[in-house]
Design a protein. Structure first.
Length: 656
């Protein structure tokens, strides 16, 4: 094994040729970036060996054209800590003493990396716990854990770009274009294009690494209604978030969870283009023309203001005015075939910079994943339709027609039986509205007595049982929408006992009951679901069960589903239908370049100004300035006349 010189960081920054190890015992992220820039600009090969507590990390090799640098490698590693460290600060200091007993092993690992051909991780990965199905463009990092006497090899690439070694291209109107390319479907009943790069093993190899992400943890839940897999992403937040997969077996559910994790990760912040447009709406409307920029008022602004309240503080929204300077990204109007600038915080739902103003709260509503840009946009549009249909029925308090549970479908029949065993009755409702996409609500209501009361409390044999759960689905195929909604609601029913009812827990009834009179206390998803599961909240949900009696789903949608020969044709037909209702469909492409190029997966955020947006936290509700909420229920015959906003009860919704 070749003996390599060992340099201090100062010596490495003065070296302009040759190969050496750089030993960092006390260092910062800023120093990591400086070393990376130096190696990119000079004909050197530097192998950083750095200490961080009990860990000794070896690599990646720094040289001109390196597939990843020390800066982005550490950026991704620290992001997996889940917000416990200031991982975006160049001043973050790290240190360690290493493990002297492993000194020879670390030296051997460093030499092995240094001697490997450029862009090749060598053979050491055979003993590690991570590896890629296609290693081209990856950098190798060895992690030695002195506390456990273990080591592992990891393959790293800059996810979402790196300002040092892989800077993102600037966002532009041209980059937003989504061409109407034909997307023929081999099976006219399956709205997913073929993709031979997304097998279970390859997805795991490309996406999962507990040290570097982008998926940092995969785990199974065995007492769910399905084989349930969760895939947490490495997003640097203290809140665990990611994808959830439900399927008949864990191999399949892991694949679904990884798909959803990609969608969630790409929708949080720009990973494919760098945001460069900063201006006020008034300036852009003047310079570009009003049709080339989205007026934020069309998104529906927050209904309420409550300065100092935790919900208002957490989302950091500010009152909108046309001269307020915002960050903007470019979308593509499928309706008018032109680029349209939209507020960045309406296109991405978890931007890291909380200091820049936001005028609306945004969620992952409208994010879609597909094997083509058109497929991603179509599924994002389905989600917009699903949430809009539910919120329109909820806020306008309109009963909905019933759908008979299709027990001829084995999956739905099994889930309905599972709900009965758990003490709940499954109800299906048709929530389809003017968007024309079949939308279904699935409700599971506790089957015990809840009419008798004493001192405002239930008197049945299960007084603590959550009373109602709800989920929704929307799809071109109504049966697919039904399956999706039923699967989610029954999964939530079975998961309910795991939600803590201890004092202060997410389902603590004493914590939730004050929200009945003080809805501003509802600040997150658990509050929305828990509040509406209380026995005392059930009168608010009774209207959902008061609609026309159920009929078979084919009677509700006698012409559906029509076979689809080309997915783009279905997307355009749906966009045209919405245009007839005065609605524009905007698409922000959210592709992460590596995921797109290696796995053929595309991500998109669909924005339909005027559609009701899903929000969490009652103070983030957005119903004002959206006339469809007041007009469409009347046009559909659900209310005797147009509604007035001040007549709507606007209780916190129960959507999960």
């Amino acid at each position: 094994m070749t003996d390599l010189p060992v340099l201090t960081p100062a010596q490495a920054l003065a070296t302009t040729s040759g190969t050496a190890v750089v030993h960092l015992t006390e260092w910062t992220l800023g120093l990591a970036a400086r070393l990376s820039r130096h190696a990119l600009d000079h004909p050197v090969r530097l192998v950083p060996v750095r200490e961080d507590g009990a860990l000794t990390l070896v690599g990646p090799v720094l040289h001109p054209g390196a597939p990843a640098c020390l800066g982005c490698t550490e950026y991704q590693r620290l992001a997996t800590a889940g917000g416990r460290v200031p991982w975006q600060s160049p001043a973050l200091a790290l240190a360690g003493t290493g493990t002297p007993a492993f000194g020879a092993a670390v030296a051997a690992l460093a030499a092995e990396l240094a001697e490997a051909p450029t862009g090749d991780a060598g053979d050491a990965g055979d003993a590690g716990d991570a590896g890629g199905a296609d290693d081209e463009g990856d950098a190798a990092v060895h992690v030695v854990n002195g506390a456990r006497a273990t080591w592992s090899t990891h393959r790293v690439r800059p996810v979402g770009g790196c300002p040092v070694c892989r800077p993102l291209p600037a966002d532009s109107p041209e980059a937003a274009r989504l061409p109407a390319a034909p997307r023929p479907l081999p099976d006219p009943t399956v709205l997913r294009g073929p993709n031979d790069r997304t097998g279970a093993e390859r997805l795991r190899a490309e996406l999962y690494d507990e040290r570097f992400g982008p998926v940092r943890r995969l785990f199974r839940t065995e007492d769910s209604a399905f084989a349930l897999t969760t895939a947490w992403v490495a997003d640097g937040r203290a809140v665990d978030d990611g994808g959830y997969g439900r399927a008949a077996d864990f191999r399949s559910s892991e694949r679904v969870a990884l798909f959803e994790a990609v969608e969630r990760y790409a929708g949080m912040r720009p990973l494919g283009r760098r945001t460069v447009l900063r201006a006020s709406y008034a300036e852009l409307a003047r310079d570009l023309g009003p049709g080339a920029v989205l007026d934020p008022v069309r998104l529906g602004l927050p209904d309420l203001t409550h300065p100092g309240h935790p919900a208002a503080t957490a989302t950091a929204t500010v009152p909108y005015r046309p001269d307020l300077v915002l960050d903007w990204v470019h979308s593509w109007s499928l309706t008018h075939r032109r680029p349209v600038a939209v507020p960045e915080h309406a296109a991405y739902w978890e931007l890291p910079d909380r200091e820049r103003p936001r005028v609306v709260y945004e969620s992952s509503n409208g994010c879609g994943l597909g094997n083509s840009p058109q497929e991603a946009a179509l599924y994002g549009l389905f989600e917009v339709a699903e949430r809009d249909a539910f919120l329109m029925a909820w806020y306008a308090r309109t009963p909905l027609p019933g759908i008979a549970v299709p027990t001829e479908d084995p999956q739905i029949a099994d889930l309905a039986a599972r709900a009965r065993l758990l003490g709940y009755r499954l109800t299906l409702l048709d929530a389809t509205n003017d968007l024309g996409v079949p939308a279904v609500l699935a409700l599971c209501r506790h089957a015990g007595r809840h009419a008798g009361r004493h001192a405002g409390r239930p008197t049945d044999s299960h007084p603590d049982a959550p009373r109602t759960f709800l989920a929704a689905g929307a799809h071109h195929d109504p049966l697919t929408a039904i399956r999706s909604a039923v699967a989610e609601v029954v999964t939530n029913v079975q998961e309910a006992p795991h939600r803590s009812t201890a004092p202060g827990g997410p389902r603590d009834p004493e914590r939730l009951r004050p929200m009945l009179e003080r809805p501003e206390l509802v600040v997150g998803l658990d509050d929305h679901v828990g509040l509406n599961a209380l026995p005392e909240a059930q009168p608010r949900l009774d209207f959902l069960f008061a609609g026309p009696p159920p009929v078979p789903w084919r009677e509700r949608w006698p012409e559906a589903p029509a076979p689809v020969a080309d997915l783009t044709e279905l997307l355009e037909r749906t966009v045209t239908r919405l245009a007839g209702e005065g609605l524009e469909v905007l698409v922000v492409t959210q592709d992460e370049p590596g995921v797109r190029d290696r796995l053929g997966l595309h991500c998109a955020k669909v924005i339909v100004p005027g559609a009701l947006p899903m929000t969490f936290g009652h103070l983030n509700r957005r119903t004002r300035g959206l006339p469809r909420l007041l007009e469409v229920p009347y046009r559909l015959g659900r209310t005797p006349g147009p509604l007035r906003h001040d007549e709507l009860p606007l209780h916190p919704h129960p959507f999960p």
